[in-house]
Write a protein that binds this ligand. Structure first.
Ligand code: FES
Ligand code: FES
Length: 140
C-alpha cells in the first residue's frame, strides 16, 4: 500500500518555517488588515500589508489559526505580495497558490482563505485611505 502523498515538500517547508508570521498595528494608516474565515472548517486567517505612498506593498505578515495548508498558503501569500502594487496582488488566484504548493483538491478552500485575505487587506487599506482623505481634512 502506498499512501497518497498529500503534501508537497514546499508545503512542509512553509509549514515548518512559515515566512512573515506576525502582526502590524491595525490602526497604523499605512497598514491594511484582512481577516477572513473559512465557513467549511472554521479556520481563520489574518493577513496584513504595509503600503507605501506609491501604492507598493513594502511588507506583509500573517497569523493563521488553521490547518497546515492554510498556514502554508498564507506564508506563500505574504511572500508574493511583497514588493508588488496593490492592484497587482488583487489578481493572485488561490488556484495559483494551490498549484505552487501542490495542494490536493480537498485543500483548495485553504488557499481560498489566502486569496480572500489578500483582497480584504487591500480593501481595508483603501477604505482607510478614502476615509482619511474625505473625512476630517487637516490643514496642509
Ligand atoms: Fe515559498 Fe514559493 S516556495 S513562495
Ligand atoms: Fe480549513 Fe484548511 S482545513 S483552512
Amino acid at each position: 500500500l502506498t499512501l497518497p502523498r498529500l503534501y508537497h515538500e514546499r508545503v512542509v517547508d512553509h509549514y515548518d518555517n512559515p515566512r512573515n508570521v506576525g502582526s502590524f498595528d491595525k490602526n497604523d494608516p499605512s497598514v491594511g488588515t484582512g481577516l477572513v474565515g473559512a465557513p467549511a472548517c472554521g479556520d481563520v486567517m489574518k493577513l496584513q500589508i504595509k503600503v507605501g505612498d506609491d501604492g507598493k506593498i513594502t511588507d506583509a505578515v500573517f497569523k493563521t489559526f488553521g490547518c497546515g495548508s492554510a498556514i502554508a498558503s498564507s506564508s506563500v501569500a505574504t511572500e508574493w505580495v511583497k514588493g508588488k502594487q496593490m492592484e497587482e496582488v488583487l489578481t493572485i488566484k488561490n488556484t495559483e497558490i494551490a498549484k505552487h504548493l501542490s495542494l490536493p483538491p480537498v485543500k483548495l478552500h485553504c488557499s481560498m482563505l489566502a486569496e480572500d485575505a489578500i483582497k480584504a487587506a487591500v480593501k481595508d487599506y483603501q477604505t482607510k485611505l478614502a476615509k482619511s482623505s474625505n473625512g476630517s481634512s487637516e490643514a496642509s
